[in-house]
Design a protein around this ligand. Structure first.
Ligand SMILES: Cc1ncc(COP(=O)(O)O)c(C=O)c1O
Length: 349
């Protein structure tokens, strides 16, 4: 026998219990729930037995043990929660197009539940490192988020120049010297449907995260990912659809490795969960997988430009962006991971 307990406000007590049961099953929450005072709810217990389809309802007058909070009480709790779980990363400033401004209090850095990015994953994002108070490679990242938004059929909330100005002003308000800027363009809030047709308007969010940790250049171990790679249409879009990347990273950690590397559907070396890969062959040729089925990494692109200097200096004898077989990768003299979160890390195992 399974039992589930649901709280209903008193004004719903006229609803015939049969219907109230269905409401409970649908988890309908009244719009004005926030206006109700703590304790003004009656508990309704729905009991199911394996051979019953209709729920049996047992009304008691026990007050709910889940408090109904006012807006200021919720904000206070958010602040306390932030204090209690202060992590290594500090969030210095957040811009939200819903607010139409920037906040620096981490407790106010929130996005609406009905934003389709939250409940449907209909949002794209990008980053840019802040180094010595400068944004590194902003234009390249910026071009990519605009491409990603177009692939996700999300109309830009503002014109390109306005978004750029908002990002710069958010970083400026944060006074961040070393850290990262992360920003999202979402279908926006509106409802809990699948189609974005009910969304009010697309939203822009940006956050500046302070990070004083030094980049590590120690050699790392990688494994091959058993989590399926995203199909090219989604792998080339930087959307918030990251569960495959998360599972791949977790798989690596479970195996004592730093990253699990994906192979594409033809068995060629693809990318890591948040980084690109490159090799230097025995013939001193720089080899990087094609970008047609993976994310076109801004760091990897910069890396390719800088590698031309190594060619001129005679340290590299060639640069090739092509299909890379596992055998070719294993035969290489060097393998490395490349991305804005790690810069360049040598692979040693
Ligand atoms: C799947 C994936 N590949 C590659 C990269 C590297 O891209 P970038 O150098 O632009 O950070 C990322 C970055 O987050 C990524 O998520």
């Amino acid at each position: 026998m399974a039992s589930v307990s649901v709280s209903f406000p008193k004004y719903m007590s006229h609803i015939p219990t049969r219907h109230a049961g269905h409401l409970a099953e649908l988890c309908i929450v009244p719009r004005n729930l926030s206006l109700m005072k703590q304790g003004s709810v009656r508990e309704l217990r729905i009991v199911r037995s394996s051979n019953q389809t209709e729920p049996l309802i047992d009304c008691t007058n026990k007050p709910s043990d889940i408090p109904l909070l006012s807006c200021s009480e919720a904000t206070e709790r958010l602040k306390q929660n932030r204090e209690k779980h202060k992590g290594k990363q500090q969030f210095l400033a957040m811009y939200s197009s819903i607010y139409g401004g920037t906040v620096t209090d981490a407790a106010a850095m929130a996005i609406p539940m009905d934003d389709h990015m939250v409940h449907r994953g209909h949002g794209v994002f990008d980053t840019a490192a802040t180094m010595n108070g400068y944004l590194y490679e902003l234009e390249q990242h910026f071009d990519r988020i605009i491409r990603s938004a177009s692939m996700a059929k999300i109309v830009l909330p503002f014109d390109r120049e306005t978004i750029r100005r908002i990002l710069l002003q958010t970083v400026s308000a944060s006074k961040c010297i070393k850290g990262s800027l992360r920003y999202w363009i979402s279908a926006g809030p509106g409802d809990f449907q699948l189609s974005p047709s009910g969304c009010n308007q697309p939203a822009l969010y940006a956050i500046v995260i302070e990070d004083q940790s030094l980049f590590d250049s120690k050699g790392i171990k990688v494994v091959t990912s058993s989590i399926p790679i995203k199909p090219p249409q989604f792998a080339t879009t930087k959307s918030v659809n990251y569960p495959p990347n998360v599972l791949s990273k977790m798989e690596a950690e479970e195996k004592g490795a730093y990253a699990a590397i994906w192979l594409d559907e033809d068995g060629f070396v693809a990318e890591g969960p948040n980084m690109n890969v490159a090799f230097v062959t025995k013939e001193k040729e720089l080899l990087m997988p094609n970008f047609d089925k993976i994310l076109s990494g801004c760091t990897a692109k910069r890396f390719l430009t800088l590698a031309e200097g190594l060619m001129t200096a005679g340290k590299l004898h060639g640069i090739r962006v092509d299909n890379v077989s596992v055998e070719e990768g294993k035969r290489a003299d060097e393998m490395m991971l490349i991305g804005s979160g790690i810069l360049v890390r040598p692979v040693v195992q």
